[in-house]
Ligand binder design. Structure first.
Ligand SMILES: Cc1cc2nc3c(=O)[nH]c(=O)nc-3n(C[C@H](O)[C@H](O)[C@H](O)COP(=O)(O)O)c2cc1C
Length: 426
């Protein structure tokens, strides 16, 4: 009803018991099967499942995803993850290093895409008169013999006769961003502030060009954690209530794991000075979060109590808005106008009311401002991502280089009604 581009399910293949004490910790239905059931209940929304390239096999994954694409009439999407944990469930002695995981992911995606093309739908004849089921001359093996996989093909399922399956990727290392530049239509970003989003946007554009693609072929969609209320006070109360059970010890551990500073013996009213910060780790994982916390200390010099009450410690490492629909609207507009994002992945938290405000008030507000579609114009997931092309040559689409998920792009309405707002150009 809100005309979102897609609904998305992260996923993992291990059970972290400490996390399970307080939250579901990925102890959930298989994401692809879940999407297949949602496909039956919906007609337009894209359905993005998560499948790891570290633990799966490309033949099985290619067939699963193409099955979802058929079942949803062209609405499947694949969030390609190299995963962070779970090796013990797949007979591996340890998690392979990040670079090795990406090497495998690149080959994995190549095999999956080749398999998708190996059995074109036109090869299906299903002709009773002649008795021919398929024109097998059109169905070709892929003969893949790589470092990681040997797959002969073809796939035992024809390609869906419509737009292809869009690919999503998340990962902040140089290899991760390069992989996105090579294959991703969408990037799920962990960018808590405009500066980090702009830097990520620039890196993605550079890597897209390096792989012979246009920067606008990749949409950067940061996660946006939303605690919305009718008033700021209500939103703040919802946020605090949601995280009430995160005790001091857990917060102190969070600070320790992110910036390496042990506050366990520090009194709450002691100020944290830049000189208290340990040397920053050079590891890529958590870099954005680390830099953000260090910046808070450098610019604000908070007390221990103040730092431990920050949203960055209490909850998500994503971009966060704790406030009213107006606050969220202003924040999203400013990020868009700064050219930092192409949309966002909304993560409404705390209560059903926060979800309702997101879908029933914030999204319509974005649509009113010409930053989001008012209705679906396409039926496939890729169609939603590309429906900027309905803009006329005189008005765009080139002017709207930033396109999006919950989709800041659909400015067609404001253009055609003559209310174009130049501030939307980026
Ligand atoms: C925003 C974000 C979301 C992710 N979601 C998942 C997920 O749902 N399942 C998973 O196994 N890994 C997930 N990952 C892990 C990545 O696939 C990747 O393994 C990890 O980020 C390490 O790569 P990097 O060093 O390039 O960041 C996610 C990473 C990020 C940054």
């Amino acid at each position: 009803a809100a005309h979102l581009d897609f609904v998305f399910r992260p996923d993992a293949n291990y059970l972290p018991l400490p996390v399970l004490e307080q939250s579901f910790g990925f102890s959930s239905l298989d994401a692809t099967l879940l999407m297949a059931s949602i496909a039956r209940e919906t007609s337009r929304i894209g359905l993005v499942t998560t499948i790891s390239t570290t633990f799966g096999h490309p033949y099985l994954v290619a067939r699963q995803l193409m099955s979802l694409h058929w079942l949803s009439h062209g609405r499947a999407g694949w969030n390609i993850v190299t995963a962070l944990q779970g090796h013990e469930n797949f007979g591996l002695p340890a998690m392979p290093p990040s670079d090795a995981r990406y090497t495998r992911a690149i080959e994995f995606a190549e095999v999956v895409r080749a398999l998708w093309s190996s059995f074109p739908s036109e090869a299906l004849l299903v002709d009773r008169m002649s008795g021919r089921y398929a024109d097998t001359a059109q169905i070709l093996p892929i003969k893949h013999h790589g470092a990681e996989f040997a797959v002969e093909g073809p796939m035992n399922l024809p390609r869906f006769p419509g737009p292809r399956i869009p690919l999503m990727q998340a990962g902040g290392s140089a290899k991760g961003v390069d992989f996105a530049g090579q294959v991703a239509d969408l990037v799920f970003g962990m960018t808590p502030d405009i500066a980090s989003a702009k830097a990520m946007r620039d890196q993605l554009s550079a890597r897209a060009r390096a792989h012979g693609r246009a920067p606008r072929d990749i949409r950067l969609l940061p996660g946006l954690s939303l605690y919305l209320g009718e008033t700021r006070k209500e939103a703040r109360a919802l946020f605090l209530e949601t995280h009430r059970r995160v005790d001091r010890m857990q917060r102190v551990e969070r600070v320790l794991s992110v910036i390496g500073l042990d506050l366990s013996e520090w009194p709450d009213d002691r100020r944290i000075l830049p000189s208290d910060l340990p040397q920053p780790s050079t590891s890529n994982w958590g870099r954005t979060h680390r830099e953000r916390l260090r910046r808070i200390v450098e610019t604000e010099q908070p007390t221990v109590a103040e730092l431990l009450a920050r949203p960055e410690i209490l909850s998500s490492v994503h971009w966060q808005v704790i406030g009213t629909v107006d606050d969220a609207f202003a924040e999203i507009s400013s990020w868009f106008e700064a050219g930092a994002i192409d949309g966002f992945i909304a993560v409404p938290g705390g209560a059903r009311s926060s979800l309702d405000l997101t879908l029933k008030a914030l999204v319509p507000r974005l649509a009113e401002a010409g930053l989001f579609r008012r209705e679906y114009r396409e039926t496939s997931f890729l169609g939603h991502l590309q429906d900027e092309n309905v803009l006329t040559p005189e008005t765009g689409p080139d002017r709207f280089t930033s396109v999006n998920c919950i989709d800041v792009r659909a400015a067609k309405r404001s253009i055609s009604s003559g209310t174009e707002d130049d501030s939307l150009n980026c």
